[in-house]
Design a protein around this ligand. Structure first.
Ligand code: ATP
Length: 453
């Protein structure tokens, strides 16, 4: 099957035209770095979340889910190092005062301000003006709780979901009677005041993360780290069906790693703007539990039942952005081809991911007997598969094109022959082939096809 690499414009325009992603508060001109998911986007995003949760939590017997609050006691972010160090290097155009990511203008993956200052010494801003000195910019968003806006009431919107996983380490261990190794997984919103949000939903200020922190005996760190790297790679290829040729590994260098990380490998996806980070696996060492123990005064060490050995667990983290995953899946699925001499855009989503599973049409919308039977088939499929569309607009060819463009795996048409022998045509998105089958066999056929293996 062919595949056409789309431009970002292709994806943005399809997203808007067909209801995947909209600018947030669009009628007011939008807000940079914030997006809303439309009727199809939310289906796709829910499918991604559910597959991740199934693989990460339900398929394992030692990974437990939590859903922490977005706002936590600010001591958490002091202890985690985010208040002091969750920063990106920023540089300002001295004339327009527009701010840019210094590392991106310099074209390096580095947060080292001295190195960046050297590299940017003779560079101009994108508007052709001189640049100021690179400095650190903290990306945590702040607000206040309660009626008084003073320092005592200042809190942060979490910059990553991991924080409440560490603060719930003891709660989960005790309530689930968990023994090492075990993991805690969470899906939820995080906020980053990115200096220059860009590339559609790739870099936003309100994002959703899917994270899992795995607590281990430090002696197992290398082996477990490799296992979670492999998990991410396999999930993208085997569960989501992403083409391996769109993926690559990137190991963080010394000046690129986050303040807590001992080792970090990202999976890069070949996004429309080029290969960029999609999914990170990090060895966070005992950084988190050691610092939270110090700051909270709680004992977060672990004692091994059998050996009696006592230690602070190491953490291997698997962290991926849901919006980036959605952008990757849309990019990977995008294709253009020709069917019956007509050009079409077809989203070749894995059927498990497809936001709409099937569309049902009466051949003609002004023939009540066709519409009645089609409505029955529609109701039957909707009750079983949920996300099924009714489409009686325009001619059949147009309906198929519309469904191809949103990646609907199957279109079912009820025609005059259906009235005689209780059969329908089932049209396959990828091959555009139509087969005739009995209404009684329809559910079973769809069930098999939608498994998507
Ligand atoms: P980047 O280098 O792209 O800024 P990061 O290394 O800071 O990302 P992490 O802190 O490891 O990212 O976050 C884990 C995951 O969350 C990333 O792999 C990415 O998928 C997602 N993510 C991080 N920042 C953003 C953002 N601003 N917009 C969308 N997704 C993001």
């Amino acid at each position: 099957m062919s595949s056409t690499k789309p431009t970002m414009e292709d994806i943005v325009s399809l997203s808007k035209r067909r209801g995947f992603v909209f600018q947030s508060s669009e009628i007011y001109g939008g807000l940079s770095g914030f997006y809303d998911y439309g009727p199809l986007g939310i289906e796709l995003s829910n499918n991604l979340k559910q597959l991740w949760w199934d693989a990460m939590v339900h398929a394992k017997d030692n990974v437990f889910g939590v859903d922490g609050a977005i706002i936590q006691n600010p001591m958490l972010w002091q202890a985690s190092g985010h208040v002091a160090g969750f920063a990106d290097p920023m540089v300002e155009d001295t004339v327009t005062h527009k701010r840019y990511r210094a590392d991106q203008l310099a074209g390096v993956d580095s947060t080292d301000l001295t190195e960046l200052a050297k590299l940017l010494e003779h560079k101009k801003s994108p508007d052709g003006n001189p640049l100021g000195k690179p400095r650190s910019f903290n990306m945590m968003m702040q607000t206040w709780v309660g009626p008084i806006e003073d320092d005592a009431a200042k809190v942060y919107l979490r910059p990553e979901t991991a924080g409440s996983i560490f603060t719930n380490y003891l709660n989960v261990k005790d309530t689930m009677r968990a023994k090492l190794p075990f993991g805690i997984a969470q899906v939820g919103k995080a906020f980053r005041n990115e200096i220059s949000p860009r590339d559609f939903i790739f870099r936003v200020r309100e994002l959703e993360q899917m994270e899992m922190q795995y607590f281990i005996n430090p002696k197992d760190q290398e082996k477990v780290y490799e296992e979670w790297r492999q998990f991410a790679w396999n999930f993208l290829i085997s569960t989501l069906g992403i083409k391996e040729s769109n993926l690559s590994w990137h190991e963080h260098g010394d000046t690129e790693r986050a303040h807590y990380a001992k080792a970090a490998h990202d999976i890069y996806f070949n996004f429309p703007q080029g290969p960029k980070e999609l999914w990170g696996t990090h060895n966070r060492s005992d950084f988190d539990l050691t610092n939270h123990a110090k700051a909270s005064g709680k004992d977060l060490t672990y004692t091994d039942d059998k050996s009696g050995e006592q230690f602070t667990p190491y953490v291997i983290e698997s962290s991926v952005g849901l919006g980036r995953m959605l952008l990757a899946v849309m990019t990977d699925a995008f294709d253009r081809d020709e069917v019956g001499g007509e050009q079409r855009i077809v989203m070749r989503f894995n059927p498990k991911l497809a936001p709409v599973k099937a569309a049902v049409s009466p051949l003609l919308k002004n023939k009540p007997e066709l519409v009645d039977l089609a409505r029955k088939v529609y109701a039957q499929l909707k009750s079983e598969f949920g996300s099924v569309l009714w489409d009686d607009n325009g001619n059949i060819g147009k309906r198929y094109r519309r469904q191809d463009e949103i990646g609907t795996p199957y279109c079912i048409t009820i025609d005059f022959e259906s009235l005689d022998n209780n059969t329908v045509t089932l049209r396959d998105r990828d091959t555009a082939k139509q087969t005739r089958l009995s209404i009684d066999e329809l559910s079973q056929n769809l069930r098999e096809g939608l498994r998507g293996n």
